[in-house]
Design a protein around this ligand. Structure first.
Ligand code: RP5
Length: 156
């Protein structure tokens, strides 16, 4: 099965991005994880992104805050699907990262999830991998069913 690559711009993103690890583990999806900054280590990012396909990666999740160019620059170096997670920084409540991640000019797409939406980023990556993996698609259907059951059985 293809794996998921999870990258983030700084160790300060780890707390938010760990929700992606939890979800990928819940579904038994193999993943690699790295801290790679688009501005502090641009050559490393280029090498990492260019090599992703050869490492058996099927989707890349990139979390970054501030002037969040990590997902966009990653997407520029690969034709693998890239999912951006805007991280809520201190200055603008994540609006800066949201706009920087979602407003990709045409030609290089980044699928952007909600601010701090690392769990949904993982679920979206799993849905992409599930296109070629019926067993993973079945797990997603179970997950949705259980989620619905929980709501039905919730009393307040
Ligand atoms: C971005 O700048 C990172 O993704 C992080 O969200 C933000 C702040 O980074 P640190 O200064 O905490 O390393 O590149």
């Amino acid at each position: 099965m293809l794996k998921v690559s999870v990258i983030m711009g700084s160790t300060s993103d780890l707390e938010v991005m760990s929700a992606a690890f939890d979800t990928l583990e819940q579904f038994g999806v193999e993943y690699e994880k790295r801290v790679i900054s688009a501005h502090r280590a641009p050559d490393l990012l280029a090498e990492f992104a260019k090599g992703a396909e050869g490492r058996g990666v099927g989707a890349i999740i990139a979390g970054a805050g501030g002037a969040a160019h990590l997902a966009g620059v990653t997407a520029a170096f690969t034709t693998l699907p890239v999912i951006g997670v805007p991280i809520n920084g201190k200055a603008f409540g994540g609006m800066d990262a949201l706009l920087a991640t979602v407003q990709m000019p045409s030609g290089i797409p980044v699928a952007t999830v909600a601010v701090n939406g690392a769990k949904n980023a993982a679920l979206l990556a799993i849905e992409m991998l599930a296109l070629g993996e019926p067993s993973l698609a079945a797990k997603l259907k179970d997950f949705r069913r259980e989620q619905t059951e929980k709501i039905k059985n919730t009393t307040i």
